[in-house]
Design a protein around this ligand. Sequence first.
Ligand SMILES: Cc1cc2nc3c(=O)[nH]c(=O)nc-3n(C[C@H](O)[C@H](O)[C@H](O)COP(=O)(O)OP(=O)(O)OC[C@H]3O[C@@H](n4cnc5c(N)ncnc54)[C@H](O)[C@@H]3O)c2cc1C
Length: 478
Amino acid sequence: MRNGDVSYWWQARGGFPARRPSLPGPAEADVCIVGGGYTGLWTAYYLKGLRPELRVVVLEAAFAGFGASGRNGGWVTAELPGSRARFARGPRGTAGVRDLEAALRDTVDEVGRVIAAESIPADFVRGGRLAVATSPSQLARLRDTLKHVRERGDGDDIYAFLGQDELAEHINIAGALGGLYAPHSARIQPAALAAGLAEAAERRGVEIYEATPVTAILPSDHAGGPGIGAVARTTFGDVRARSVLRCTEGFTAELAGSRRVLLPMNSSMVVTEPLPADVWKQIGWDGCETLSDEAHAYMYAQRTADGRIAIGGRGVPYRFGSATDNRGVTDESTARALEALLHRYFPAAAGTPLAHAWCGVLGVPRDWCASVTYHPASGIGWAGGYTGHGVAAANLAGRTLADLVAGSSSALTTLPWVGHRWRSWEPEPARWAGVHSLYTLYRLADRLETGGADGSPARVTMGEALAKVGDAISGIPH
Ligand SMILES: Cc1cc2nc3c(=O)[nH]c(=O)nc-3n(C[C@H](O)[C@H](O)[C@H](O)COP(=O)(O)OP(=O)(O)OC[C@H]3O[C@@H](n4cnc5c(N)ncnc54)[C@H](O)[C@@H]3O)c2cc1C
């Protein structure tokens, strides 16, 4: 099994893309975007669509798609990157949250539209999303979710309940008791989208400089320049621009002054070798729905275009001091735990070895609610903190940032995540201890809920209670 090399998704494309040049020296631009993942690339793409005359420069520490955007589970889903209740505290209340949810649903189609329009070979299949329960506690949570969905007036076109038999028409998962189906979700090959998007942005005139890490983003007057706009500082020189946008999600802690802004949460994945046709016959999954379970330390999965199963989960949740990772190398025990889960859910796949394991970091704000923010006075903006639901959200964030920078007010610029603020994460060692305790609690809760050897009701109740304590401490929205 290969481990690291950024991700299977890059290796499936035949390796890393040809490297673009680094920043040749100090420069001036209208807009400087820091980070060449989906957020930065979508922002650049839409901004050049709105205002072709602007000089838009992307500075990327490694290569476009090196981060989570080239490593993720490939779910383009309309999941809200945050808590309904917290977003509803904004001036537009629940109406604003409903608009944000509707905008995210439209975003799934928008991603598909651009993929088609730009001929990006990203294996986009809009098969919907399945959330599967494999224990009575998980089933109760699904029913609870459905109850809340119905209470706010949403029907089967948003979430439909599937009993065991209906679920089996989509997919055969050992031990599944039922599921929820959400049509607004698509499967993609993540690195193919990142690579294709970078090229599409370049066709619009965006300049992308790679191997160009930014060490600090400063208001222009703090960087010894005229008091207009901001500066992105690199070892190759400063880029001065009217607007500088931080699009570094899980890597944000590496920027000067941003150590406690976003927690780099780790997520790990494994992918099998291609499964034989008879195994696929047993599993089904012909619709290529994106898939998750309802565990507290949940898994996410996709059926790849080349007939493999890619499955991910938390593994080591967080590295001390907000460290990121070593080009995607994950620890062996996480890979084996994901393999065991894969075999538990898909026993027919047990004879097919794993091909590759990797990991990456995503950005988590202290209140678990993403934000798109732009300060016209300083020219500094950012987007991120999607808490693991960043593939679709980064597109919506990119369109929104583009509108904000272009100065056009639109339906997007009044969505409740615009200007949303959160407090900083705790300093170490509290940050490390908190996250690790939380996931220890969640894993214990999952074990108790599934009953283990003696599935006594008391153990199940204890598991559910522990998870609630975890939610209350962490502030994770449900
Ligand atoms: C394993 C994994 C699975 C996931 N699965 C899903 C999923 O299925 N669906 C979903 O919706 N979300 C998923 N996510 C989350 C999602 O991938 C991210 O939220 C999203 O890709 C974030 O995009 P981004 O552009 O903001 O950040 P990134 O893609 O991380 O890009 C940030 C870029 O900035 C660059 N950078 C960092 N610091 C600097 C600097 N100082 N100077 C210059 N450049 C810098 C990095 O090299 C990187 O390329 C997953 C994440 C991981 C790690």
